[in-house]
Design a protein around this ligand. Structure first.
Ligand code: M6R
Length: 620
């Protein structure tokens, strides 16, 4: 995905656009660029590969007073078509230097359109699909049916594009006007006082206005300093969805931490408490925009959970809880595999789509596939108004606040809590748990923010341990039952942040192959089941640790305080608070997040922006 901003107003656009890019850099950071139109009709563009600092430096080298103008747009890129180079960075400009475009998404029919542009004698200066759009705009504006009409030309181009895209156009002959459109990727309008913004998300303009309008699917917005007009791609008037942004600006800042991720790890007790807040009223579990009646929930005979990455690990945990509480079979599937497998779905299937961003293309397509098969879709999402909740039948929002670090942390915990609420709501509707049992499970959940606050106190010791292991090449993670998804999540965090070979295994699988990897000093992180849970899980895991130690590996054991059986077997012991088996992942994951971040930091990596990644992945 990429971050996009557009500004029209009375102030100097450049600092506003650059600051917006800084706030949206989490959306992609392969390259960044700006385009400014001044009041005398000049278009100025600069764009650079790499982090935003490279663009800052390039802009600083321009003579003072250049790049002055009150219309501007910017882009921060996560590359899809074309390598992350200066020439492939956005904005892309027409051959006459007058029109510019920035783009998030993919123009799927770019190949025939590019051939058409080249046949008109225009040479491309990038390898991107995006550049096609700006040349088409210029051809239309210069001699097409809408000659001299910027807005009409933009609409004509938009009608020809296929794929998923947000596009923003500007034109040197029309300072004070920006045309933007969305199809399947996000775009919001910021309504200021004598100034208007468009952005991929509200972070683009939160500093300047709290009044926003969400654009719907296949809508176009034309902004000027004082007005905005929304239509469909044919120019037919449409309504946007106005909303007020209640995020605190500080919530989107680092709050004294070196990285957003560290702040987000620290915010987990609050994220969990806010996600649970208001979901138990008058003795019943209630979901937000449920739009599914108890009758609907009673009809369900199968649940699919679809998600990617960390959200998928939350989905794996949902399976343990929902099956245990409801006796309804639950399948968990990677969203990218789901629709290609022809899963068996019908009206009595509930598909739970988990996505922090609500934009992930794989998950969105899985939702669409489920809906085509007439299944009921419930989205669990952290981003208001994103595409996945828009298309789902019902929504349960995680209220974790903005998650800026690319590695998901607080949203993972919030997703686990949200899926557990779904499990309890299902159990309640289907009568597989008595009301007092549901109330007890909910009360246990409500105690978890304090337990997470407690486990955060292990931070300094975990960080010291991680720093002492900064040179390791491989780390294995093993867990049983709910500890298995935690092992996968711990390995994912370490891979994506520290670029270390890390793998998670179900402990019982060790003897079926992975045990061959064990050797002297290999680091193995073991997630111990709760000793107060099923005794067999605990004792089998103790045996697994003995097997690991016998082969010379170094064990880091995450175990509940008071788990004395495991103490002599651990080279390093990280103690977590006692809690019930299903809730243990909410605390056992936290040291693994801290471990991965600290190890990455001691290797000198930027934990907010790991290489090759983007916060949400809007391509399949
Ligand atoms: O926005 P989503 O929850 O749909 O994103 C899913 C994954 O891309 C995401 O969890 C990814 O795996 C994170 N980088 C993991 O830390």
């Amino acid at each position: 995905m990429c971050g996009i901003v557009g500004y029209v107003g009375k102030r100097d656009a450049l600092p506003i656009v650059v600051e917006a890019l800084r706030r949206m850099e989490y959306r992609g950071y392969d390259s960044a660029g700006v385009a400014i139109v001044d009041d005398s009709g000049h278009l100025m563009v600069d764009k650079r590969a790499g982090r935003l600092e490279n663009l800052d430096a390039a802009l600083a080298a321009h003579p003072a007073g250049s790049f002055a103008g009150t219309t501007g747009m910017g882009h921060t890129r996560w590359a899809t078509h074309g390598r992350p180079t200066d020439r492939n960075a956005h904005p892309h400009v027409s051959a006459d230097g007058k029109a510019a475009v920035v783009h998030n998404g993919i123009i799927e029919n770019f190949a025939p359109l590019r051939a058409e542009v080249e046949a008109a004698g225009i040479e491309f200066s990038s390898d991107t699909d995006t550049e096609t759009a700006v040349h088409l705009l210029a051809l239309e504006y210069d001699g097409g049916e809408h000659a001299g009409d910027f807005i009409g030309s933009a609409y004509a181009v938009l009608r020809r594009l296929e794929g998923a895209f947000t596009l923003v156009f500007t034109h040197a002959d029309h300072p004070g006007t920006i045309v933007a459109a969305r199809r399947s990727t996000p775009l919001v309008v910021g309504v200021g006082d004598g100034e208007m913004f468009v952005g991929s998300d509200v972070a683009a303009f939160i500093e300047h206005t709290r009044d926003a309008v969400e654009l719907g699917q296949d809508q176009v917005v034309v902004i000027t300093a004082d007005d905005y007009t929304i239509t469909d791609f044919d120019g037919v008037s449409q309504q946007g969805k106005p909303f007020h942004i209640d995020w605190d600006l500080a919530a989107a800042e680092k709050g004294g931490h070196d990285f957003f991720m560290l702040k987000e790890i620290a915010e987990q007790p609050q994220a969990l408490a806010d996600t649970l807040l208001g979901h138990f009223e008058n003795g019943r579990v209630v979901l937000d925009e449920q739009r599914l009646s108890d009758g609907d929930l009673r009809e369900i005979d199968k649940v699919f959970v679809v998600a990617c990455g960390t959200a998928y690990h939350a989905g794996m945990l949902a399976k343990y809880a929902i099956e245990h509480w409801t006796r309804v079979p639950v399948e968990v599937e990677l969203a990218s595999e789901f629709r290609y497998r022809d899963p068996v779905l019908d009206r009595s299937t509930l598909v739970v789509a988990i996505s922090q961003s609500g934009e992930t293309a794989d998950t969105l397509e899985a939702v669409r596939h489920a809906k085509e098969q007439k299944a009921l879709v419930l989205a669990i999402c952290n981003t208001n108004g994103a595409q996945i909740p828009r298309e789902a039948d019902a929504v349960l929002y995680t209220h974790a606040g903005p998650e800026i670090g690319v590695a998901s942390t607080k949203c993972f915990l919030a997703q686990i809590a949200a899926t557990y609420l779904v499990g309890l709501a299902l159990a309640q509707a289907r009568g597989t748990k008595y009301p007092d049992e549901v109330a007890r499970e909910y009360a246990d959940l409500e105690r978890m923010p304090d337990a997470v606050a407690e486990v955060l106190k292990t931070g300094p010791a975990v960080r010291d341990l991680a720093q002492s292991l900064a040179d390791v090449n491989t780390v294995l993670f093993v867990g049983r039952h709910v500890g298995y998804p935690v092992a996968l999540e711990g390995a994912l965090k370490l891979k994506e942040l520290a670029y270390i070979h890390a793998e998670g295994f179900a402990a019982g699988e060790l003897k079926h192959g992975p045990i061959a990897l064990l050797e002297d000093d290999l680091t193995v992180i073991v997630i111990m089941p709760s000793p107060s849970g099923r005794a067999v899980l605990h004792s089998k895991m103790v045996s697994n640790i003995r097997e690991i130690q016998a082969r010379g590996a170094r064990t880091i054991v995450i175990a509940e305080s008071g788990d004395d059986a495991v103490r002599p077997l651990a080279d390093h012991l990280i103690e977590i608070p006692q809690c019930s088996t299903l809730l243990q992942p909410l605390v056992s994951t936290v040291p693994l997040q801290i471990f991965a971040a600290a190890l990455a930091q001691s290797r000198g990596y930027d934990v907010d922006k790991p290489r090759n990644l983007a916060k949400s992945v809007t391509v399949e």
